[in-house]
Write a protein that binds this ligand. Structure first.
Ligand SMILES: Nc1ncnc2c1ncn2[C@@H]1O[C@H](COP(=O)(O)OP(=O)(O)OP(=O)(O)O)[C@@H](O)[C@H]1O
Ligand SMILES: [Mg+2]
Length: 380
């Protein structure tokens, strides 16, 4: 009963050996050489089973197992821990971290295959786990102000509802109640709703209550934007409000897109705990790249797993010396999910008329890129 197996092993020789052995028995193999890679492939590759080495530099196997179990997308995947340490305390730690099996190296290939088959048969018997339906939540976080974060969140919401999320419910939410341009950029009137919600007890907020304050954009996107009055002069969310609002919404709607603005204040830190994914918005200039580097390091320090982070490059105004995508990736040591090309005229007209770019010129290069990103998010 072959299936797809993710092998997590930092030692290349062992990785090859186990990989070839399993491949020869018909299994499809995906490999990861460290913890963060394992977490990201466990989500993107949807393996049927994970073979997890314990001793790895950086994040060890116990931590990887704990995080796999904590993430509902990977919580049910069977895990076999493979380790050189055979002490009882090691085994207990392995099971406590979430392993289903614990094998001590060197493992005889026949034993490994038997354990794999048994576990796969067991999960096939149990069937896919029954989960409450739940929407996806994505935050948009600028490396600094003015890089195009709100423009991205807004166009993406429309690209989703006009594409992969057609017929579904998409909410566009401001993380901060003041200094907001979201409603204005969408051609809507500024909304009092978030301020009202900020005055309520966060524990009592239900999706229905929250959505009564949303405005329906012509595209169908439900917008919960803040006020244009400066941040600090209007009642703001507490971190508990931000968290409660996102939690309530993902239980009801299909997509929640959050314009986080910039920085990691307490509200944004609370959001990072509940959002499925955060898109860091970057522009290809030296100062922005240095700020991005610091921001990404802070996300790591806050334990936002790499599989929950993405980087979007917005090229608002290129010069002859603008760094390329490759250069930016090399500098940040991260993959860029999508590059948004410059569209100064369209961006200007769109802001003037309060119509998102993807609606104004759906065939434009910039709109095509927003649609690519919508597909990417929908397929995660
Ligand atoms: N691809 C693009 N090409 C050219 N201009 C763009 C592009 N995307 C956004 N802009 C313009 O960049 C400016 C800043 O955009 P936006 O308000 O979305 O940024 P922001 O990061 O949310 O800013 P703030 O920090 O004020 O919230 C706007 O004038 C917008 O029209
Ligand atoms: Mg903005």
């Amino acid at each position: 009963m072959p299936g797809k197996i993710l092998i997590v092993e930092d030692d290349l020789e062992s990785l090859k050996l186990i990989g070839l052995m399993l491949q020869s028995r018909g299994y499809q193999i995906v490999a990861a050489q460290n913890g963060p890679q394992a977490l990201s492939k466990a989500v993107s590759e949807s393996p049927d089973l994970i073979l997890l080495d314990v001793m790895m530099p950086g994040m060890d196997g116990y931590e990887v197992a704990r995080r796999l179990r904590a993430d509902e997308r990977t919580a049910a995947v069977p895990i076999i821990m493979l380790t050189a340490r055979g002490q009882v305390t090691d085994k207990v730690a392995g099971f406590e971290a979430g392993a289903d099996e614990y094998l001590v190296k060197p493992v005889h290939p026949a034993e490994l295959v038997t354990r794999i088959e048994t576990l796969l048969a067991r999960s096939a018997r149990l069937g896919p786990p029954v989960r409450a339906p739940r929407g996806k939540s994505i935050g948009f976080l600028g490396c600094k102000g003015g890089v195009g974060t709100s423009t991205l969140a807004m166009n993406l919401s429309v690209a989703l509802i006009r594409g992969p999320a057609s017929g579904k419910r998409v909410v566009l939410l401001d993380a901060h109640t003041g200094s907001s341009s979201l409603a204005l950029q969408m051609g809507l009137r500024p909304q009092q709703g978030l301020q009202v919600l900020a005055g309520r007890d966060p524990q009592g907020l239900t999706a229905d209550t929250i959505l009564t304050y949303a405005d329906r954009h012509v595209s169908g996107v439900l917008v919960l934007g803040g006020l244009p009055e400066p941040r600090g002069t209007v009642q703001s969310f507490t971190p508990a409000h931000a968290e409660a609002i996102v939690r309530a919404l993902v239980g009801t709607v299909d997509y929640v897109l959050v314009d986080m603005g910039t920085g990691l204040d307490a509200v944004n830190q609370a959001l990072l705990r509940v959002l499925d994914y955060v898109m860091v918005v970057v522009e290809p200039h030296r100062v922005s790249l240095l700020l991005t580097q610091a921001l990404l390091a802070a996300l790591d320090a806050l334990e936002v797993g790499r599989h929950r982070q993405g980087v979007v490059l917005i090229n608002r105004a290129p010069t002859s010396t603008t760094p390329s995508k490759d250069t930016v990736e090399e500098f940040l040591q991260r993959e860029i999910v999508v590059v948004i090309p410059p569209a100064p005229e369209l961006a200007f007209q769109s802001a003037e008329q309060g119509t998102p770019m993807v609606i104004m010129q759906p065939e434009s290069l910039v709109a095509v890129q927003f649609h690519h990103l919508a597909q990417h998010i929908a397929s995660r």
